[in-house]
Design a protein around this ligand. Structure first.
Ligand code: SF4
Length: 171
């Protein structure tokens, strides 16, 4: 019998363990579902497009400079608490290697020296742009980026619901 999803109130390590357990047991079943596999592929492309747009706008460079010069990252400790087991499972299905230990105690569990280790991110993470970035990037460019991120988030929402429905239907 499938272990029920650990609640969002459980420690992040337990949610990661739950996602790893489900992936090991049910990866073939989930990837064998035509809707899941098509949504995963669409999501992969949407994430690639929105990340590439962000890089093209220089957002990654601005974040790096801010972190190096001002010693701060927006990915602070506790933000990982927004991540459900199902969202972590989707990351595993996308081939992400999820860390099992936190790096910097002051930062989000999923932040590494090279940035966020997740591909499918929570709406809070996708939508956040600091005031400095909003002031430096033209509004039209931000609107275009928001549109691409909207595609990513819509696909992720439908996929999240589909995966949950499959998990609930299993004996
Ligand atoms: S973007 Fe990634 S590292 Fe940053 S807060 Fe979100 S999950 Fe954590």
């Amino acid at each position: 019998m499938l272990v029920p999803e650990t609640s969002i109130t459980h420690p992040i390590e337990e949610r990661i363990a739950w996602a790893e357990h489900c992936c090991a047991r049910l990866k073939d079943t989930l990837l064998g579902d035509p809707e899941v596999s098509s949504l995963l592929e669409g999501l992969r492309v949407a994430i690639r497009d929105s990340r590439s747009r962000m890089a093209g706008l220089g957002i990654g460079d601005l974040c790096k400079a801010c972190e190096e010069d001002e010693g701060g990252s927006c990915c602070g400790a506790g933000l990982e608490e927004h991540y459900s087991g199902t969202l972590l499972l989707i990351n595993l299905l996308l081939g992400v290697k999820i860390p099992t230990r936190k790096g910097d105690p002051e930062s989000c569990f999923f932040l590494s020296a090279t940035g966020c280790q997740l591909l499918a991110r929570h709406v809070i993470c996708v939508n956040y742009l600091c005031p400095k970035i909003e002031a430096r990037i033209p509004a039209g460019e931000i609107a275009c980026l928001r549109q691409m991120e909207g595609v990513e988030l819509d696909l992720l929402f439908v996929l999240h619901e589909r995966v949950k429905r499959i998990l609930c239907s299993l004996p």
